[in-house]
Design a protein around this ligand. Sequence first.
Ligand code: PHE
Length: 456
Amino acid sequence: PAAPQTAGNSRDAFTSSFGVLAATLGSAVGLGNIWKFPYVTGANGGASFLVVYVLATLLVGLPVMIAEIMLGRKAKADAVTTLRTLAPAGQPWWLIGGFGVIAAFLIMSFYSEVAAWVFAYVFKALRGDILSSDPAVTSAAFGALISDPLQSLLWQWAVLLMIGGILLMGVAKGIEAVTKKLMPVLFLLLLVICARSLMLPGAMAGLSFLFTPDWSKITGEVVLVAMGLAFFKLSIGMGTMMTYGSYFRDDQNVPATTLRVMSADLFVSMLAGIAIFPAVFSFGFKPEAGPSLLFITIPAVFASMPMGHLFMVLFFVLAAVAATGAMLSILEVPVSVMAGRLGVSRKKATLVNLLLLALIGATCALSNSLLADVKPFGMTFFDLFDYISSYILMPLGGIFICLFVAWVWGKHNMAAALSNDGRLANGKVVAGLYVLLKFVTPLLILLVMLKGLGLL
Ligand code: PHE
């Protein structure tokens, strides 16, 4: 049954503490860890990039994530309504939610296409189609998939249908139930693959790439890439965490849960790095392959190792599992806004958004075939949507969330909203968070953006 999206007892929400954790972690952990993190780290210098990324996660990611979840839980509504209710009348802070909806569409458009390749690869891996230790062969196989408009579109639509199906079941019975089952599977698979990778001869070279910094690689642009990754990874700056926060229980400790999700997400990225780089180095491949690392290099790596067929299947199943939890949370932003603002049922909102996405997402599905030569701002739609969301929309969203909480909403509201037992939250936590949100985080985001985009 469609849940009314109004504050009140009947509103659909997460039902258990573990469910909150699984769903939130399910949103954070995704292709960001398994596809983006390894190739971005590989292309930007390894360990030194990692250090900047961890700093961005702590100084920018963590405070913004706590702020978003706190706001959502306070208002118990979709991202637009949340800011409308909490902001003084007449002030347009709800636009943060509005831009969040736009960002969600852009992200989902390219994300669902990468997920489409992953799902296609599960089947290809099962059939042994991509089992070759020659990167020229795996590269040709990947090229054949992404340049085939029909395959690209159909896999994307299949992915969208699956995600829509889960969302239709609702927040507790859909999102929470599914992520509760998927997250443990994900950790198990990742640990198995890590162990396999570390047992390879020459694994140390990969580890030292991941853990020995080369500071000469750090430029303004690289710092922006690291910060963009932190936003993307933690699903912040575009309404997802606000929306999920609205499904949090009132007795849930928000800062502690956020810290746990952030740490677990970093841990998964590390594990993904440990699973991938030793194997890449062990078989003499280059870590700088870029976005295709996962689809060209990794199959070749697996094909070169004993029992590689089995592990390749496991690896792509893992990626598919991770992508699913994340996509649920991206699409939940527009679905909840539409249901909340227009008063339509959750079912209708899901269907309408799916249809819209099938259309907008097609631009990304066709970015390597029919639309390969259409390049607004010099990028394909796929690259453009990725760029605008990670380097512009999410950081801007982050800045405005900080400004709203610290300068408009204020410290006292924060202390009350962060509480999980009716009393004001721990004074030190509130004070620290307040200083970060008021000055440090927004200034950092702004500086990194200006420098990284070449405006400073
Ligand atoms: N955090 C997800 C990942 O790492 C991606 C995501 C971005 C999810 C924005 C929701 C919102 O894959």
